[in-house]
Design a protein around this ligand. Structure first.
Ligand code: CTP
Length: 408
């Protein structure tokens, strides 16, 4: 099979549809038809097991293209085929996606046509899982799904209902119309940050007190990671400076790690000059130990322990002093009182163009939760946003930062 490369293709968007071996495989025929009706050109890749449920000829006839099945059957061409399909895709959709392909994708295993092609693609990837409830709820599957989401894979969660195996519960392939719609939403999604370089800082810093203890704070890094992921999906070239957090790095993002506030400052000063937009969601510790004890600090039999802390550099303020013409700098202000007044003060003091203020005492805002309530403050005015997920807040923050950039 020879597939034309993107540059040689017509205006039609290309969806590569991966079909894996589950009883719901026949529903992929309908997804293919729905996408075609919306003007998409669909190429199908099947796993060996999928071919036991639906004959490749069905997909060949419906799609009007040869179906790619197994990597090693035609050794002379398979490498070219899977790479050209991977490049050709505007969206890579796997429906139904079995626990097996989900596990392979999460672990980076590429051992057949579908797993190698999806690994090679740079297009957005969407999966619609379908499996037995026990398999779906298994911690291994759930962990793999979380890993894929963190990397930016779109997941159309399975529906709940009667399954082909006789069980009742979650695991049923979502309605085909819903899957097709979600695929179209991704295909039509904004790519409005293409060509822009964005640096995002996220997570806490840690300042050692002795070889086993440190001073830190409650930042989870979720907000910064959501911004980095959204910016990459919108086409930006993203560098993520991350403190110690337990979230997987988003796909397509350059990850630079830091531990202390001074390390964050050093890395940020190296990266900042070439950036267009800087978003500082990290929570660098304001103080560090004046002296780090070389040995573990021992208890003192009831006597007070006095720690001497000295102030760390202010990363945002230091970067602000080196800001180039046209760069947009965004900071955060997590406050517990007089939110707007404190945030406005930081906007000026740190030479920021926008500050994202939130009252961390409100339920649904702040540390370790998946939602946030923020106000976007610029020199021109304020925009108060309602309670929303950190992913949604990330989109609003990027849209406003982009407006500021375009106004330059
Ligand atoms: N920030 C920074 N360097 C620091 C402390 C904070 O760059 N040493 C940045 C954060 O990344 C954030 C913004 O400054 O974007 C505001 O952080 P916050 O902790 O609210 O500000 P502080 O200046 O530490 O103010 P205060 O602790 O007095 O509220």
């Amino acid at each position: 099979m020879s597939v034309p490369l993107k540059s040689m293709s017509s205006e039609k968007k290309c969806v590569v549809l991966g079909v894996t071996g589950g009883i719901a495989a026949y529903k992929a025929c309908e997804i293919l038809r729905l996408l075609q009706k919306q003007g998409m050109d669909v190429f199908v890749v099947m796993t060996g097991n999928a071919c036991r449920f639906v004959a490749p000829l069905t997909f060949e006839t419906l799609s009007g293209h040869p179906v790619a099945v197994d990597t090693f059957e035609r050794p002379a061409t398979w490498e070219v085929e899977h790479i050209s399909l991977a490049k050709r895709a505007d969206l890579f959709l796997i429906a139904p996606a079995t626990a097996n392909i989900i596990g392979k994708m999460a672990c980076g295993i590429a051992d057949d046509m579908l797993s190698t092609t999806v690994m090679a693609t740079r297009a957005p990837v969407m999966i619609a899982p379908a499996m037995n409830t026990g398999m779906w709820e298994n911690p291994a599957t759930q962990q793999n799904i979380a890993t894929l989401i963190a990397r930016g894979v779109h997941v159309v969660a399975p529906a709940t209902g009667h399954l082909a195996c006789g069980d009742s519960g979650a695991g049923k392939l979502e309605d085909v119309a819903v899957i097709a719609q979600r695929a179209l939403d991704v295909l039509r999604a904004r790519r409005d940050m293409e060509g822009l370089r964005v640096m995002v800082t996220a997570g806490p810093s840690r300042e050692a007190l002795d070889p086993v203890r440190y001073v830190s704070n409650r930042s989870s890094g979720k907000m910064g990671y959501a911004i980095a992921r959204a910016a990459a999906q919108r086409g930006a070239q993203v560098t993520l400076l991350s403190g110690p957090v337990s979230i997987a790095a988003p796909q397509g993002v350059r990850l630079v790690r830091f531990t202390t506030t001074q390390e964050l400052l050093d890395r940020a000063m190296e990266c900042a000059p070439e950036q267009d937009i800087l978003i500082q969601a990290a929570a660098p510790a304001d103080y560090r130990a004046k002296e780090i004890a070389p040995q573990k600090i021992k208890k003192r039999g009831g006597e007070e322990l006095v720690l001497r802390l000295i102030e760390n550099p202010d990363v945002a303020a230091t970067l602000g002093r080196a800001k180039r013409e046209g760069q947009v700098f965004v900071g955060f202000a997590a406050e517990t009182n007089d939110v707007t007044a404190h945030a406005r003060d930081k906007l000026v003091r740190k030479s920021l163009d926008m500050i994202v203020a939130n009252d961390v005492t409100k339920p649904g805002a702040g540390f370790d939760v998946d939602t946030n309530i923020v106000t976007l403050i610029t020199r021109e005015g304020e925009r108060e946003l309602p309670l929303m997920t950190k992913e949604e807040a990330a989109e609003h923050i990027l849209t406003r930062a982009l407006e500021l950039r375009l106004a330059r």
